[in-house]
Design a protein around this ligand. Structure first.
Ligand SMILES: NC(=O)c1ccc[n+]([C@@H]2O[C@H](COP(=O)([O-])OP(=O)(O)OC[C@H]3O[C@@H](n4cnc5c(N)ncnc54)[C@H](O)[C@@H]3O)[C@@H](O)[C@H]2O)c1
Length: 267
């Protein structure tokens, strides 16, 4: 299948790799050339079928795709513009957003052909994590939904269908946990290592919430929480100031080499 992925960051590069490893043609698009070369380097490390991925700085390269996955920064404005452009360029593809929190109907608002727009929320790293949340808006048609679910299954994923509401299931549940761990660190309840140990050793989480926040990207965590707070109007989603402070210092987690913890190699 001809696919295009918009945004070559943490998620976009992983989704492109996932598609390529299942034999799909992939065009990976980003506005920042350095993001494209970093993605190329990252994908080549995993020995994926790099040759089947075309790297492009021009969104018009998504013109002939049958499925387009948008994985740009978690901003409604940026996503809306990308979808408007895609809606104009490509009248027939399924257009899916990988947003963590934003309502798909809000992203699709400015598009003409809303029936082929839905959410496909892959988890990080998308090459490995089994779950995809499929988000249907009131306008998504049965055909697009069915094709998207089949695509997920063909990629070895288990899709679950969720309502088009801020944060869906995953992030609405996860972000308060991460935020509370950051608050505990902020208040000096325990060291960062011990906070994470409580969750890994005491609850068998595969990684602690602070390491997980680094993995997701602290800037992305803040954007997700702010969107949840705005959308659901609940104080419990207000990001701990320590998170915003680290982001301001450029400590974005694994992707910048440092967040709560330090990393030898950025992803
Ligand atoms: N990081 C995670 O663990 C995770 C998990 C699931 C979903 N998501 C969601 O996936 C999306 C991407 O997150 P990420 O962590 O990969 O972010 P990221 O910051 O690593 O990458 C975003 C990329 O989008 C590019 N970009 C920005 N505007 C663009 C445009 N107009 N056209 C093309 N490219 C553009 C940036 O240059 C950057 O390379 C977000 O919506 C996020 O909420 C993230």
């Amino acid at each position: 299948m001809r696919t295009a992925v918009i945004g070559a960051g943490v998620m976009g590069a992983g989704i492109a790799e996932l598609f390529a490893s299942h034999g799909h043609e992939v065009t990976l698009i980003d506005v920042i050339p350095a993001a494209l070369s970093a993605a190329k380097e990252r994908i080549s490390r995993h020995d994926a079928k790099l040759a089947s991925i075309v790297f492009s700085a021009d969104i018009a390269s998504a013109k002939a795709a049958e499925v387009v996955i948008e994985a740009v920064v978690e901003s409604l404005d940026v996503k809306r513009k990308v979808f408007q452009e895609l809606d104009r360029l490509n009248p027939s593809a399924i257009l899916a957003s990988n947003t963590s929190t934003i309502r798909i109907a809000d992203i699709a608002a400015a598009c003409k052909r809303k029936e082929r727009i839905l959410g496909l929320h892959f988890y990080n790293p998308p090459q490995k994590m089994e779950l995809v949340e499929i988000v249907r808006t009131e306008e998504t048609n049965e055909e697009s939904y069915r094709r998207a679910a089949e695509l997920c299954k063909s990629l070895g994923k288990t899709p679950v269908t969720v309502k088009d509401e801020y944060g869906f299931v995953g992030n609405r549940g996860l972000m308060p946990l991460i935020n509370e761990a950051v608050w505990m660190l902020h208040e000096g309840i325990a060291t960062k290592e011990d906070i994470d140990r409580v969750f890994t050793l005491g609850m068998r989480h595969p990684m602690g919430p602070l390491a997980l926040a680094d993995f997701i990207g602290l800037d992305t965590c803040v954007a997700i929480m702010e969107q949840l707070q705005r959308g659901l109007k609940q104080e419990k989603f207000r990001p701990c100031p320590l998170l915003a402070k680290l982001v301001k210092e450029g400590k974005l987690g694994r992707k910048s080499g440092e967040g709560f913890f330090r990393y030898e190699k950025s992803i």
